[in-house]
Write a protein that binds this ligand. Sequence first.
Ligand SMILES: NC(=O)c1ccc[n+]([C@@H]2O[C@H](COP(=O)([O-])OP(=O)(O)OC[C@H]3O[C@@H](n4cnc5c(N)ncnc54)[C@H](O)[C@@H]3O)[C@@H](O)[C@H]2O)c1
Length: 244
Amino acid sequence: MNDFTSLITGGCGGIGKSIVEKLLKRGDNVVVFDCLSVESEQVKDLKKLDVFYFQVDISNVESIKNAFSKLFDFFKSQNRFLDLLVNNAGVIRDNFAIRMTEQDWDFVLDVNLKGTFFCAQQAIKHMMKNKKGYIINLSSVVSHSGNPGQANYAASKAGINALTKTLAQEYSGRNILINAIAPGFIKTAMTERLSKEIKEFALSRIGLKRFGDPSDVANLIEFLSSGKADYITGQIIDLNGGMF
Ligand SMILES: NC(=O)c1ccc[n+]([C@@H]2O[C@H](COP(=O)([O-])OP(=O)(O)OC[C@H]3O[C@@H](n4cnc5c(N)ncnc54)[C@H](O)[C@@H]3O)[C@@H](O)[C@H]2O)c1
């Protein structure tokens, strides 16, 4: 085990679990925030992997503050710091704009954008004391292109891009490197739910003619936080197999 500590939100999901496995393999101490109950099969599975698990609803700022406060108290007792935050938790609630309800809008914006911001805020305050850190936010290809049926999701991810650039400008001077990854179509439960027609349409737009794997995202996160990419900050890095 190395001295590097990483926190992944949404670590029980398809991409999140792959990131957790990759960083554990690197030797990181890994912490996961996810909204799933400790009784759920996904969390029981995850706990077999030697991670610290916190049940946190990242759409709720109090829930975020409580979890970070407990985590940082624990770190203090161990003389340890948070090195990497991956803001990965995300949700969809698709509908055409004329049918989209306020609940659909708020649900997606609260988890994806508000949750990302307030987790970053807690991490930055802490990382400033340690004078270094990495934050990587999960955006999406639709943050650039938009996507019919995803006004709420596309807006939340475009917001993450602007947030990433803003935070990078505020905190790169403190040696906190903040980037976003904008994946295209990655095979997970989130995309499994889409109809056959949407999947076929998506595939027809991908240059490499295949969907991405969660490990493609995990590999990029490993690189961005490896020390070999320390002149990269404030960037939205596309990871989409050539999807435009
Ligand atoms: N799968 C793709 O093709 C794709 C493409 C582009 C971007 N992304 C982004 O990648 C990230 C991960 O996607 P995925 O496909 O692994 O999704 P997923 O649905 O498999 O996993 C999402 C995880 O987030 C957790 N979560 C949801 N709401 C939460 C909340 N309020 N508080 C804490 N945790 C919460 C879920 O419990 C789950 O474990 C998301 O931000 C998503 O928008 C995915």
